[in-house]
Write a protein that binds this ligand. Structure first.
Ligand SMILES: [Zn+2]
Length: 268
């Protein structure tokens, strides 16, 4: 693992070429180790751990095909539950990275795009795992003292996820507010990345200086992510009707849920 650790140091120093060279070296060791136990599923959990490492390093080198091959092989064994979950998370990241590098402008995809499929997966259980979704989309989330601001999204080669972006939320905010901020900033990432350039800072009212219509879009998408209508309908059918009950269930503020249900009042 020495070359992998050295690659982290190179990343710290901002030397991208050196990072890739050291990752390639680390990958040679990891893949050789994984390949040596390919047919022997009696070697679990060692076997799936080796496949996970090889897949993870391949992904950091943006080699999605190789990463996918190692994830699939890892899942073919008998991985322990937690390694299986990690392999599945890697699989989500591979889907996103592949989608990022594909060009949809010439030919619209049939059915949901890979990104939509991943979003669907992370918004299908309530409360929505908004931090897990950020991770799967390759966006790191951190907390910081942001003074009067709610949150921000920025280019972050050093500590960002594989998308190269990070979100910071105001550490002083309550949990439901932080979750909303992650949703709002992720919406900017998904819809307005071309406008973010280096950094977008949202104030207490989630206004960042870009057009108001874009902020409305970000608020609407944040609500879709955190309070999917199909899930609200499901709970209402089960008899959960008050805004208070639903807000608690979805782990959002009462104001946000009231707005979602079409009641008047503040947005969040
Ligand atoms: Zn905003």
């Amino acid at each position: 693992m020495e070359s992998f650790e050295a690659s982290l140091a190179a990343r710290e120093a901002g030397d991208e070429a050196e990072v890739l060279r050291l990752l390639a070296e680390a990958f040679r060791f990891e893949s050789a180790a994984a390949d040596s136990v390919v047919g022997d599923i009696s070697l679990e959990p060692t076997r799936s751990v080796l496949y996970r490492s090889a897949a993870s390093i391949a992904l950091q080198m943006f080699d999605t095909q190789t990463a996918k091959r190692y994830v699939d092989k890892g899942l073919q064994g008998q991985p322990p539950e937690e390694i299986k979950e990690e392999l599945q998370t890697l699989s989500d990241r591979i889907i996103i990275l592949e989608a990022e590098t594909r060009d949809y402008r010439l030919k619209a995809p049939v059915g949901p795009t890979p990104v939509q499929t991943v979003i669907r997966k992370y918004t299908d259980n309530v409360p929505v795992d908004i931090y897990g979704l950020a991770d799967a989309l390759g966006v790191a989330v951190m907390e910081a003292d942001l003074g009067m601001n709610a949150g921000e999204i920025f280019r972050d080669i050093l500590r960002g996820g594989f998308s190269g972006y990070s979100i910071r939320v105001n550490a002083a905010d309550p949990k439901v507010r932080k979750r909303y901020t992650v949703g709002h900033e992720l919406a900017h990432f998904l819809r307005h990345r071309d406008r973010v350039k280096n950094r977008l800072v949202d104030d207490r009212m989630y206004r960042s200086g870009i057009e108001k219509t874009l902020e409305y879009e970000a608020d609407a998408l944040a609500a879709d992510l955190l309070m999917p209508r199909r899930k609200i309908a499901q709970f209402r059918a089960e008899g959960l009707n008050s805004a208070e009950q639903l807000a608690a269930k979805f782990d959002v503020s009462l104001a946000a849920m009231r707005r979602r249900l079409g009641m008047k009042g503040p947005l969040r």
